[in-house]
Ligand binder design. Structure first.
Ligand code: C2E
Ligand code: MG
Ligand code: MG
Length: 549
């Protein structure tokens, strides 16, 4: 369940730094609260929670304080409980599963502060600023423009008006700032801005707002954005200058709008996101349905293919470049489907692993490979090691080692000439069992190679706890090893450590002469790859046998 809220906390919710709450008793004098919110006390507090007998009964924000200037109360005796907003909308911590749970609540109730509570105790406050910082990674904002989200209808005031008028406008329109403009009938040029926070600060200084002129106290010069600027730029500007709104002007300097934090935090509409998630979920469900429908079908064709002898083993030579001799071969399965032609193992092995068909198929492959080695030995070719790929599902099968033992006995096969290739990922699943299977295989005298080494998660240090003989360096590290310093470094490290730990090394996927030379210089002598030969059916492989024996 990827998208469900409760079970699966989305990544990083723990990393969100909530605002630390300041909680005052309901009978605290308002003056004290104003000092805290205005920042005079040195802390940056966006709101204050009010408690009465241990319970949160109200919240005090800049907006409440601006409203306060309109009624001529003397701050001297006013208590916070008289101006606070109540009741307070809060969110239980267990429901704060992701940033959207907080965001949709704040949007629905049009609030800018949301206390998070756990067992009736406030553990922190989510604010619009915190949401903006966490919601909007530049990636989403880069391709969107300021004009898409800005507020066009801006409330303006002229410099000669009083701050009291500004407070009135803010309270009337429920806005957090007013843009100061020089209004000469034909054009509107913004010259400054006044915010709720400014007003709270004037209150803290006990200034008479009626006598205070806008032009004297407004913030200017202004920061500007253009309508066609990216939202990423808006976001960066707000972050850099620590402002919560930026004025938007056109080319001739005329006011055309304003971008606020709230605008920005609304660019990622959670409804839209949940919509996308729903579509994805449906898509996944339909893929799962398709898979469940197709798998049994595929499984039937694979079983039929085994009955009809449509599988064949190809052999890929492994050469010791120091001696120039063939030292081994890897058996690789092919499916000759009458309908589809030759099907690569990468297409049907994963299906066989999903349906469990890999168990009977794997048994057939092992038997077929061993029989072939015996046949070559009978024909007088000097013996060499045959490597057979074994899926982790086969290894997990409790019958696997017994099956292997019985097969070796039945064919009277000398186990010295068999090596099982297991991928690195096998080692990190079900460790105890894998280890005991490894030991049982080794007791039979069968060697083990770790295939595709370097592509999984296991480190060499971890690997050494498993008894195996050979490391196969994956093709991706061999590719252009002579030109790619990263590959060269990785391969060098693997080879050096393997030698120290007494594992032999096979480099897989050599296609170029230069790669071969480079590996020789690293003292890696056993190689397998298209440079020497493609994997070949029995008859063609015999030509290679003759050449390298
Ligand atoms: P693998 O065991 O790592 O086998 C090596 C693969 O790399 C083979 O592909 C081989 O043809 C290919 N290869 C070798 N040298 C070169 C080279 O120089 N250049 C390129 N481009 N490729 C090279 P193949 O036969 O298609 O097998 C793919 C994978 O399918 C195998 O990877 C193995 O994981 C699986 N597989 C193949 N046969 C069997 C099998 O009998 N049983 C099981 N369980 N899995 C098998
Ligand atoms: Mg292999
Ligand atoms: Mg491999």
């Amino acid at each position: 369940m990827i998208f469900s809220g409760k079970e699966d906390k989305s990544v990083g919710i723990e990393d969100i730094e909530l605002e630390v709450p300041v909680i005052l008793s309901h009978d605290t004098l308002l003056k004290e609260a104003i000092l805290i919110i205005s920042g005079k006390e040195g802390n940056k507090q966006s709101c204050i929670l009010v408690e009465d007998q241990g319970a949160i009964v109200g919240i005090l924000t800049e907006r409440d304080l601006v409203r306060l200037c309109l009624v001529s109360t003397t701050l001297q005796n006013t208590k916070v409980s008289e101006v606070m907003t109540h009741p307070v909308k809060m969110l239980e911590q267990e429901n704060f599963t992701d940033i959207f749970s907080a965001y949709s609540l704040m949007r629905r109730y049009q609030i800018r502060h949301l206390p998070i509570v756990k067992q009736q105790k406030v553990v922190g406050i989510v604010t619009i600023s915190i949401l903006r910082q966490n919601l909007h990674v530049g990636y989403f904002l880069r391709f969107r423009e300021v004009q898409e989200i800005m507020t066009h209808h801006v409330i303006t005031i002229e410099p000669h008006a009083s701050v009291m008028e500004v407070a009135q406008l803010m309270a009337k329109h429920r806005i957090s700032c007013v843009v100061v403009v020089n209004n000469n009938t034909s054009d509107i040029t913004p010259v400054g801005i006044l915010t709720e926070r400014d007003i709270v600060q004037f209150q803290a200084m006990e200034l008479n707002l009626q006598n205070l002129l806008v032009g004297a106290v407004m913030s200017s010069p202004l920061l500007y954005l253009r309508p066609e600027d990216s939202l990423e730029k808006a976001q960066k500007m707000m972050q850099q200058y620590r402002v919560r709104r930026v004025v938007v002007i056109n080319q001739s300097g005329q006011l055309c709008g304003i971008v606020t934090e709230t605008n920005l935090s609304q660019t990622l509409d959670p409804i839209e996101l949940f919509g996308i998630m729903e579509i994805l979920q449906r898509r996944i469900q339909s893929l799962v349905r398709d898979r469940n429908r197709l798998l049994p079908q595929e499984n039937r064709s694979l079983h039929k293919a085994l009955q009809n002898h449509e599988f064949q083993l190809y052999y890929h030579p492994q050469i010791n470049t120091q001696t120039g001799k063939l030292v081994g071969a890897e058996a690789l399965v092919r499916w000759h489907s009458p309908q589809r032609g030759i099907v690569a193992p990468s297409e049907f092995i994963p299906i066989a692993e999903m349906t469990g068909f890999i168990i009977p198929l794997g048994q057939w492959i092992l038997r077929r490979a061993c029989e072939q080695v015996i046949a070559w030995q009978k024909q007088g070719f000097p013996p060499f090691v045959i490597s057979v790929n074994v899926s982790s599902l086969q290894l997990q099968d409790p019958q696997f080692v017994t099956m292997l033992k019985l097969l070796l006995m039945e064919l009277n096969f000398d186990s010295r000439w068999l090596k099982l290739e297991l991928t690195e990922s096998t080692l990190v699943e079900n460790i105890e069992h894998t280890l005991s299977q490894f030991q049982a295989i080794k007791q039979l005298g069968v060697a083990i190679a770790i295939d595709d080494f370097g592509t999984g998660y296991a480190s060499l240090g971890y690997l050494q706890h498993f008894p195996f003989d050979t490391l196969k360096i994956d093709r991706c590290f061999v590719e252009n090893i002579h030109q790619n310093p990263k590959n060269a470094a990785i391969a060098t490290a693997i080879i050096r450590m393997a030698h120290q730990l007494n594992f032999s090394v096979v480099a897989e996927g050599i296609e170029q002469e230069e790669e071969l030379q480079f590996l020789k210089e690293l003292h890696c002598y056993v190689v397998q790859g298209y440079l020497i030969s493609r994997p070949l059916p029995v008859e063609d492989f015999q030509i290679i046998l003759q050449k390298y024996m």
